[in-house]
Design a protein around this ligand. Structure first.
Ligand code: SF4
Length: 217
């Protein structure tokens, strides 16, 4: 019988495979995280997804109702809006790493509905432990903060989104961040005209982010 030899792995691919294995292990560890109280009411941890060395890392605030049930980030209405915006930018979601600043869903029960509640500073700080490890392993060309809470979590200072969206913001370690709106905020807008305009701005910020990321070595 003919023997099939394993094809040796290219040297350049080895660190990437090692980082992918480490992030898988990290996600398994995060599934048991009790660093803050949010794990108690949520269904499960929703960890990030995407390739090592992603062109951009998209960081939202926290999982929503559907993400909490599915255990995957950005699979609900906000995720569909993100996908629509990425399609307009011409970027496949598979080329991005998608995650949240806080990995458990925080909500308030109102009858049968679970209403989103913003995480507090302590919860954001506690979860930063996981986000920092995702940054270190994924090593994206650019980080994109989706919404003011995510931007605050990443930059460790509050920002006024209306003034800073689409601009490059530097982190002390030399990494760059671009902040834009969270797609949920667009969905919550009361009228169609405002929603359409905000979506156009969102697409334009993402285009700018992709341009910056592609210019990085
Ligand atoms: S929100 Fe983050 S820090 Fe808090 S329990 Fe969940 S994974 Fe841990």
């Amino acid at each position: 019988m003919m023997q099939v030899r394993a094809v040796p792995e290219p040297e350049a691919a080895k660190p990437r495979h090692a980082a992918a294995a480490q992030i898988k292990k990290l996600a398994e560890e995060a599934a048991h995280c009790e660093r803050c109280p949010l794990y108690r009411k949520a269904t499960q941890t929703v960890f990030g997804e995407g390739p090592i060395g992603a062109l951009i890392m998209l960081v939202g605030e926290q999982p929503g109702d559907q993400e909490d049930r599915a255990g995957r980030p950005f699979v609900g209405p906000a995720g569909r809006m993100l996908d629509a915006a990425l399609a307009q930018v011409g970027l496949d979601r598979g080329a991005t790493y998608v995650t949240n600043a806080v990995k458990h869903f925080k909500y308030e029960q109102r009858g049968k509905r679970r209403l989103h509640k913003h995480p507090n500073r302590g919860e954001v700080q506690a979860c930063r432990w996981w986000l920092d490890r995702e940054f270190a392993l994924v090593r994206p060309k650019l980080v994109v903060a989706l919404g003011a809470v995510a931007a605050h979590a990443i930059l460790n200072r509050p920002i006024v989104l209306a003034r800073t969206r689409g601009r490059i913001l530097a982190l002390p370690d030399g990494r760059s961040v671009v902040a834009t709106m969270h797609p949920s905020a667009i969905l919550r807008m009361p009228d169609e005209t405002a929603r359409r305009q905000a979506f156009g701005n969102f697409v334009s910020d993402l285009k700018q982010a992709v341009k910056i990321a592609k210019s990085r070595p």
